[in-house]
Design a protein around this ligand. Structure first.
Ligand SMILES: NC(=O)c1ccc[n+]([C@@H]2O[C@H](COP(=O)([O-])OP(=O)(O)OC[C@H]3O[C@@H](n4cnc5c(N)ncnc54)[C@H](OP(=O)(O)O)[C@@H]3O)[C@@H](O)[C@H]2O)c1
Length: 292
């Protein structure tokens, strides 16, 4: 599951989908017929991006707002070019979780331009994208500050390697980041939360810092202090999924660094409503997976 499933179920202004629509963009399954170099019976994952049906947009997403039906189903039909070998060293449950959140986090980290030893701020430590970004950033040797909204999530975020976790319900995030970085700020911010966090993300950037953004969980219209932005010579960079090559390099990197994705829970497809409720309540840490 991804937060995108909730956006598609609820609908977004101006985004049309044709019914019947099937949700689900993180897919792992077994081929029921030969496909290119892949043989019937092989377990594969699906690279979720397809050619965009929206002008000037990088991709459409299988199971998202585009025309391809997704993975909340026994069978799914996708273009052969989207089929990727499933890494053998992880389970099917783990493998499906990488296609969207981990790929996006990987792409965002690449776009952040951070090098070993740099400090990065990652919002939403418990989220699919946030928890993925923490694991991958630590694998790359970055210093990670993350944000969570309860003491339970703070403990979990520390357990997966975050150097400093800020409980946003108890402390002011900007104050804590600046205190921790001796007022220098961070090299980059991974922001998937949107309107509510953008002003803080820009505020805590060091000179030349980059805010990489991929989501609008708290709203799509943000207020930006332009003076703050240019005084820092900062950059705002959008990230949309990642390329198929990045998915393959992500598989290799995770194997090399022995990083396994964090799975919060696995629900049967019949329990999808419960799974959606859990994601909407924010009471997960890591990925929620549906099993068929
Ligand atoms: N562009 C892309 O290719 C792409 C790919 C994947 C995801 N996304 C987008 O990225 C976002 C995250 O996706 P996901 O599946 O990882 O979501 P998710 O697992 O449902 O997580 C949502 C996160 O948002 C945080 N949050 C909500 N309101 C907040 C606020 N006011 N301040 C700080 N944090 C807040 C929550 O943390 P708290 O516990 O602190 O509330 C939680 O960690 C979604 O908007 C999704 O559509 C985009």
């Amino acid at each position: 599951m991804n937060h995108l499933d909730i956006w598609v179920r609820k609908g977004l202004p101006g985004r049309k989908i044709s019914f019947p629509h099937v949700l689900g963009c993180d897919i792992c399954g077994t081929l029921v017929e030969d496909a290119g170099n892949f043989k019937k019976g092989e377990t594969v994952v699906v690279y979720p991006a397809i050619e965009s049906d929206t002008p000037r947009t990088a991709y459409s997403i299988i199971g998202g707002f585009g025309n391809y039906r997704g993975g909340y189903a026994e069978f799914v039909r996708v273009p052969i070019s989207n089929i990727v070998k499933k890494p053998k060293w992880i389970s099917d449950t783990e493998a499906c979780a990488l296609n969207v959140s981990y790929l996006t986090a990987w792409n965002m980290l690449e776009k952040s331009g951070c090098n070993k030893g740099d400090t990065i701020l990652i919002w939403g430590a418990n989220s699919g994208v946030g928890s993925a970004a923490i694991l991958l950033a630590k694998g790359l040797g970055l210093k990670v500050i993350s944000v969570a909204s309860s003491s339970k999530k703070v403990t979990q975020a520390k357990k997966i390697g975050t150097d400093l976790v800020i409980n946003r319900t108890r402390s002011d995030v900007a104050t804590e980041v600046l205190k921790h970085t001796k007022n220098e700020g961070v090299s980059a911010v991974i922001d998937h939360v949107g309107a509510k966090t953008w002003p803080i993300s820009i505020e805590v950037l060091d000179v030349g810092g980059k805010m990489v953004t991929c989501g609008t969980t708290s709203g799509a219209e943000a207020k930006v202090n332009i003076r703050t932005l240019y005084s820092k010579e900062a950059k705002i960079i959008g990230a949309y999924l990642g390329s198929k090559n990045q998915l393959i390099s992500l598989h290799k990197f995770m194997k090399l660094k022995k990083i396994r994705p964090i799975i919060d829970s696995v629900f049967d497809l019949q329990e999808t409503k419960l799974a959606h409720k859990k994601m909407e309540s924010g009471e997960m840490f890591g990925k929620i997976v549906l099993k068929i």
